[in-house]
Write a protein that binds this ligand. Structure first.
Ligand code: CO8
Length: 263
């Protein structure tokens, strides 16, 4: 028998472009992220990013846990050289950063350690009211290793990031939304529907504007204001070369819905 996949993949939506739904699938281990799972996730992300029928990707977990972190049993015996030579964690974790289409995290339950870091690598997080975020690595005698010390302060500011990383306390969904870590909170039962509805709105837009908008927002975290504004200006100008810009503006003037074609 073939083993159950660690990441379930399906296509959702009936528009011209669909949403790839990726479900982390180690529910008994609270979706603890091991090497095999991260390989499967990276493969799925790359495949759907290259698929023109897909406009947007949603990553979700189970009701109880988005992911409770990197698999502690897998790394418990690591030496420094194991971690260093295995390029732990860049090898397969950072593939998500190369995805050009939007990636939405739909988080229910625990998003801890590497699980919180994975959610933060997505473009935005929609949280169920049951969501709990944390970076509890300090309790294991390590520190966050997949961007937690860098992305969390950018998301919630230094005070809350230091508090969470040094004390290991969790943030509930309400605090995460107040702090800016998540874009919205929805009732747990509606989480997937809400995330898929957000994805559908994105799927209906022009491919080049969606990808360039994502690129520009990400640029805001990599550059000074003047450089970021210059980058935005160039891409803004470039979009006037697309057919979809003509279509979008013509549709507005004609008071009809635009039919964007470019992917
Ligand atoms: N790794 C491995 N197994 C886990 C993990 C994990 N991170 N989290 C939970 N599990 C397992 C438990 O061992 C348990 O297994 P079993 O049933 O066989 O005993 C099962 O999942 C259910 O968990 P619990 O019984 O503990 O459930 P509770 O509801 O009592 O507690 C908690 C839930 C609070 C989430 C608790 O499980 C917990 O504290 N988990 C660990 C959280 C944590 O410390 N996460 C950080 C891990 S370190 C990390 O992510 C570093 C990232 C660095 C970069 C990434 C590199 C790859």
């Amino acid at each position: 028998t073939t083993p159950e996949p660690l990441v379930l993949t399906e296509l959702r939506g009936d528009g011209e472009r669909r949403t790839a739904l990726l479900t982390l699938n180690r529910p008994k281990q609270l979706n603890a992220l091991n090497d095999a799972l991260m390989d499967q996730l990276g493969d799925a992300l790359a495949a759907f990013d290259a698929d023109d029928t897909v406009g947007c990707i949603v990553i979700t977990g189970s009701e109880r846990a988005f992911a409770a972190g990197a698999d502690i049993t897998a790394m418990a015996g690591f030496s420094f050289m194991d971690a260093y030579k295995g390029d732990f964690i860049t090898r397969n974790w950072e593939r998500i950063l190369r995805v050009r289409k939007p990636v939405i995290a739909a988080v229910s339950g625990f998003a801890l350690g590497g699980g919180c870091e994975l959610a933060m690598m997505c473009d935005f997080i929609i949280a169920a009211d049951t969501a709990k975020f944390g970076q509890p690595e300090i309790k294991l005698g390590i520190i966050p290793g997949a961007g937690g010390t860098q992305r969390l302060p950018r998301a919630v500011g230094k005070a809350k990031a230091m508090d969470m990383i040094l004390t290991a306390r969790m943030m509930d969904a309400a605090e995460a939304e107040r702090a800016g870590l998540v874009s919205r909170i929805v009732p747990a039962a509606a989480l997937l529907d809400e995330a898929l509805a957000a994805a559908e709105l994105i799927n209906a837009q022009s491919g080049p504007s969606v990808m360039m908008a994502k690129e520009c927002v990400n640029r805001a975290f990599e550059s000074g204001l003047a450089d970021g504004l210059g980058y935005e200006r160039r891409l803004f100008h470039a979009l006037f070369a697309t057919e979809d810009q003509k279509e979008g503006m013509a549709a507005f003037v004609a008071k009809r819905k635009p039919a964007f074609k470019q992917r």
